[in-house]
Design a binder for this molecule. Structure first.
Ligand code: GDP
Length: 195
């Protein structure tokens, strides 16, 4: 697939403001500054679509983007910014929890982690929460261009081991700078849509 159309539709602040549940939805989440906006913009080939370096800690809204007039990307605000994670509820907000656990049109979650760092406690919490609710998760390691080739294997292992990824969990290594992983992510979208 190629993404030919991408348009911001709305920010939902509560379940009443969600768009109708009539399209496949892909959710994107990760800690603030992980490179999520840059990643969404790379997928859509649009440098301005998702705002980069959005101010952390702002109100939690789900941001819906219509893609190819066919499905939605749902951008979730970055988590884990100067907050202690005591429970999913506190960390990600009740609205996001409700969305994730009840939204039937949500077919896959892309969980973004920084390729350079060990996934944080919040990353692990989010991954386990999504798996617990039987959501297919694709882990996206971002900013691969910042890693030396000789260090890639080790960084990959740290992510696999920390999140305890199983064989059917997907990990895609990406760089928005170099467009690494773009084809793999697009074919992952295809595999969900064609199901
Ligand atoms: P967000 O807060 O998760 O939406 O993160 P942003 O997309 O705003 O990126 C945070 C910072 O990381 C910005 O300074 C980006 O330019 C930088 N960044 C994002 N992706 C990449 C990447 O693939 N490579 C490099 N070198 N920098 C990146």
């Amino acid at each position: 697939m190629l993404i030919k159309q991408a348009e911001f539709i709305k920010s939902a602040v509560d379940k009443n403001s969600l768009p109708p549940e009539d399209r496949i939805e892909f959710m994107f989440c990760g800690r603030s500054n992980v490179g999520k906006s840059s990643f969404i913009n790379m997928l859509c080939n649009n440098h301005k679509l998702a705002r980069t370096s959005s101010n952390p800690g702002k109100t939690q809204t789900l941001n819906f983007f219509e893609i190819n007039h066919e499905f939605y990307f749902v951008d979730v605000p970055g988590y884990g910014y100067a907050r202690v994670s005591k429970s999913i509820k506190e960390t990600f907000g009740k609205m996001i929890e409700e969305y994730v656990t009840t939204r039937k049109s949500l077919k896959m979650v892309f969980l973004l982690v920084d390729f350079r760092h060990k996934p944080s406690e919040d990353d692990c919490l989010m991954f386990n929460f999504l798996k617990y609710h039987n959501l297919p998760v694709t882990v996206i390691a971002t900013k691969s261009d910042k890693i030396k080739n000789s260090e890639r294997k080790k960084c990959k292992e740290v992510i696999l081991n920390t999140l305890e990824l199983k064989e059917d969990d997907k990990l895609i290594i990406t760089s928005s700078e170099k467009k690494e992983g773009l084809g793999l992510v697009l074919s992952t979208l295809d595999s969900v849509i064609e199901k």
